[in-house]
Every structure is written in structure tokens, then in C-alpha cells.
Design a protein around this ligand. Structure first.
Ligand code: B12
Ligand code: SF4
Ligand code: SF4
Length: 311
């Protein structure tokens, strides 16, 4: 099978497996992104996420991560929920409503890699979904799936940004796609809407100020200066995506694993404040909310309650 036919067969299978788009890039070093990442780290914009400082060479060069790497197949998976949380209750970012995406995407990618190996061409590769030092948005953009918006998210044309990203890095040559142009134009809605000014310039996010970092990754106390500005977010934040005009195109996900539990959707404000460890496990085990652990979620709930934002 020639490279073109092989690449088409892989993309066809990716879509049949439930992915919403698939693109392919050559697994070379990311020079432009390397400089961007270095400045980002030098300026401390990773906050206390030390893991972002580790494995710098692997992060900018897939051949350091997967010896013999030749191609990167990127995929995206829609997680936009059919129903949103009711208003007036603490908010969870949409990506964490259902089953943890790491498992869902990796399982699908493993099956895709097996298909390539068994049915198309013998190869060796590894699958990733936010599970290793890979600049996932940069690879998805390089393979033409979308562009990186001023809010730093990957936006898929006419589909929006509520997509997870995953990839297979493998040792065979394929047909490569080209990046598409930036379609943000003169829009600055995300920069204006961010309540903590975390988007310090277009395309540059300061994690120290990002509600998503503060409510998910920060293991210390949330700085007092943020009291009253988190709106209702207690795990993650979707504000810079909610205001993005490209998300007017969002369609509900077809992936049943991302569907939220009924009990979660029906929690009243009092239910939220009274969540105990058993309730936490029942509601959130197997979801991305586990990342913050029970004490983290309680800290976040207390923080917005003490801010007087939700009464
Ligand atoms: C660390 C991290 C975070 C941090 C920091 C976010 C950030 N913007 O960097 C925090 C905790 C804040 C976070 C939040 C969120 N995250 Co997050 N996160 C990551 C992680 C692990 C690494 C991202 C990273 O490398 N950041 C470093 C910066 C420097 O890189 P970057 O912004 O991606 O930009 C690179 C290139 O795009 C390029 N580039 C970008 N802009 C420009 C501009 C110029 C001029 C140039 C030259 C280059 C350039 O250079 C950079 C690399 O050097 C990835 C998984 C992964 N392994 O990639 C998920 C990931 C990015 N997160 C994801 C999600 C879903 C989220 C949230 C939406 C969750 C939520 N609702 O709360 C928010 C979105 C907040 C936001 N506006 O970004 C998805 C994004 C999907 C998408 N459509 O883009 C990812 C890809 C996970 C996944 N596999 O699906 N996240
Ligand atoms: S996720 Fe929220 S806090 Fe972070 S940049 Fe976007 S709007 Fe700002
Ligand atoms: S809100 Fe506007 S500037 Fe921000 S990512 Fe969307 S299109 Fe780009």
C-alpha cells in the first residue's frame, strides 16, 4: 500500500472509531514551539506545574520520546455535553462531566494502532492522550485539524474547541497534512471575558491566574486576591470557550462515556455544599474530577462560598 492509500485508510478508520477528525504530521523537532515553550517556562507561566519543566527535550522532539518516530497521527474527540448544569450551582468544566477522557481516548487509539499493524502495515508505535510530555495542541495544529486560538485552545473549523486531543506516534512514513490558517481575526472576546486576566497576551496563558489551574492543579491555598472573581467555577473553567464565536457550532458528543450522571446534573446548591466523601466517590469516581481529590473540591467549594458568589 502506498503512503497516500495508507494514510487515507487510517483516517477513515479513525472516524469510524468515533473520532471527529484526524490529521497526520511528520515527527520532526518543534523549533518554533520550543522557543515559545522555553519563554513560557522561564517566565513561570506554568505556575507550580513542575511536570511541565520535566523532559523538555522529549516534549519538543518526539524522536526523543519514541525512538524511530516518523509520523504523528493526531485525533480529536468531541466532549460537548447535550445538557449543561443548571444555573446557580457550582460549576464543573464540561470536559469533566463524564468518564475520564484519558481512558476513553487511549482505548480507541490502541485499537486504531492494532488495526494499522494487523491490517495495513506492520509498525511500532505508542498512543497518548494527555499522558506524556507531548505538545498535543501543536501537533493537532500542524496536522491541519484546527488552529490554536488566542485563548490557547485548538479550534476545529466550523466545530469549535470542545474537543480532546490524542495521538499515535509511530515509526512508518505517511502522507502529511498542512497546517491551516488562524481564523481568530480581530476577535478578542476570550481575552476580554477572562475574569482573572490569565490570557496575558493573545496565545499566552499565565497559569498562576487561570481558574482552571487554581481549581485543579494548585495543591496549596487559592490566593485571596481571587476572592469574588471565580464566578461559580469549582473545577476547571470554560469561560474563554463559552464566549468564543466558533463554539456556536458545538454539537453534542456522540460518545456515551462522556454523558454525565443524572445525580450530578440534579445536584442543588445545598447538595453541593454538603457533599461528603461517599457522595464525592459516587459522583466523581472515574471522572477527571478525581484529579483534585476530595479535599481539593471541598477547598474550591469553600472558596467560592466564602467569596459570597453563590448564596
Ligand atoms: C498544562 C495544561 C494545562 C494548564 C496550562 C494551559 C495552557 N494553556 O498551557 C491548565 C491547568 C491551565 C490547563 C487548562 C485547560 N486545559 Co489543559 N492541558 C495542559 C497540558 C498538560 C499541557 C499544555 C502545554 O503544553 N502548555 C504549554 C504551553 C506553552 O503550550 P500551548 O499553549 O499548548 O502552546 C504550544 C503551541 O500551541 C505553540 N503556540 C501556541 N501559541 C503560539 C503562538 C505563537 C506566536 C507561537 C510561535 C507558538 C504558539 O507553542 C506552544 C508550545 O511551545 C495539555 C496536554 C498536553 N500534553 O499537551 C492539556 C490540554 C492542553 N488541556 C486541555 C483542556 C481541555 C483544558 C481546559 C479547557 C480544561 C478546563 N475547561 O478547565 C483548560 C483550558 C484553559 C486554556 N485557555 O488553555 C486539552 C485542550 C484541547 C483543545 N481543544 O485545545 C489538552 C490538549 C488535553 C487533551 N489531551 O485534550 N491545561
Ligand atoms: S480557563 Fe478561565 S481563567 Fe483560564 S484563561 Fe480561560 S477564561 Fe481565563
Ligand atoms: S474568542 Fe475570538 S480570539 Fe478568542 S479564541 Fe475564539 S475566535 Fe479566537
Amino acid at each position: 500500500m502506498n503512503r497516500e492509500a495508507l494514510s487515507s485508510a487510517i483516517k477513515k478508520k479513525a472516524v469510524e472509531s468515533g473520532f471527529d477528525a484526524c490529521g497526520i504530521a511528520s515527527a520532526g523537532k518543534l523549533d518554533k514551539e520550543e522557543a515559545f515553550l522555553k519563554t513560557w517556562l522561564d517566565n513561570g507561566l506554568n505556575a507550580s506545574m513542575k511536570f511541565m519543566e520535566n523532559h523538555f527535550e522529549k516534549r519538543v522532539n518526539p524522536q526523543e520520546l519514541v525512538p524511530g518516530a516518523k509520523s504523528i497521527i493526531s485525533v480529536v474527540h468531541n466532549y460537548y455535553p447535550e445538557k449543561q448544569q443548571q444555573s446557580g450551582v457550582p460549576k464543573i468544566a464540561r470536559y469533566a462531566y463524564g468518564k475520564d477522557y484519558h481512558y476513553v481516548i487511549k482505548d480507541k487509539l490502541k485499537a486504531l494502532l492494532k488495526y494499522i499493524n494487523d491490517d495495513l502495515q506492520p509498525c511500532s508505535g505508542r498512543v497518548f492522550a494527555d499522558s506524556a510530555p507531548v505538545l498535543e495542541r501543536a501537533w493537532a495544529a500542524k496536522s491541519g485539524i484546527g488552529w490554536i486560538g488566542k485563548n490557547t485552545n485548538l479550534i476545529v473549523p466550523n466545530k469549535g474547541s470542545y474537543f480532546f486531543i490524542g495521538e499515535i506516534i509511530l515509526d512508518i512514513e505517511l502522507e502529511y497534512d498542512s497546517a491551516i490558517e488562524d481564523r481568530c481575526g480581530s476577535c478578542t472576546k476570550c481575552l476580554q471575558a477572562c475574569p482573572t486576566n490569565a490570557l496575558v497576551t493573545p496565545y499566552r496563558l499565565d497559569s498562576n491566574r487561570c481558574i482552571s489551574f487554581q481549581t485543579i492543579e494548585n495543591r496549596a491555598e487559592i490566593p485571596e486576591k481571587f476572592k469574588g472573581v471565580f464566578q461559580d467555577w469549582v473545577f476547571g473553567c470554560d469561560i474563554c470557550q463559552e464566549v468564543c464565536p466558533w463554539n456556536n457550532f458545538s454539537k453534542p458528543t456522540a460518545e456515551s462515556a462522556y454523558k454525565p450522571k443524572e445525580e450530578f446534573m440534579n445536584l442543588s446548591f445545598d447538595d453541593w455544599l454538603n457533599i461528603d466523601i461517599e457522595g464525592y466517590k459516587r459522583l466523581f469516581s472515574g471522572t477527571a474530577v478525581e484529579r483534585t481529590k476530595y479535599p481539593g473540591l471541598k477547598r474550591n467549594l469553600k472558596f467560592i462560598k466564602d467569596s459570597g458568589q453563590l448564596k
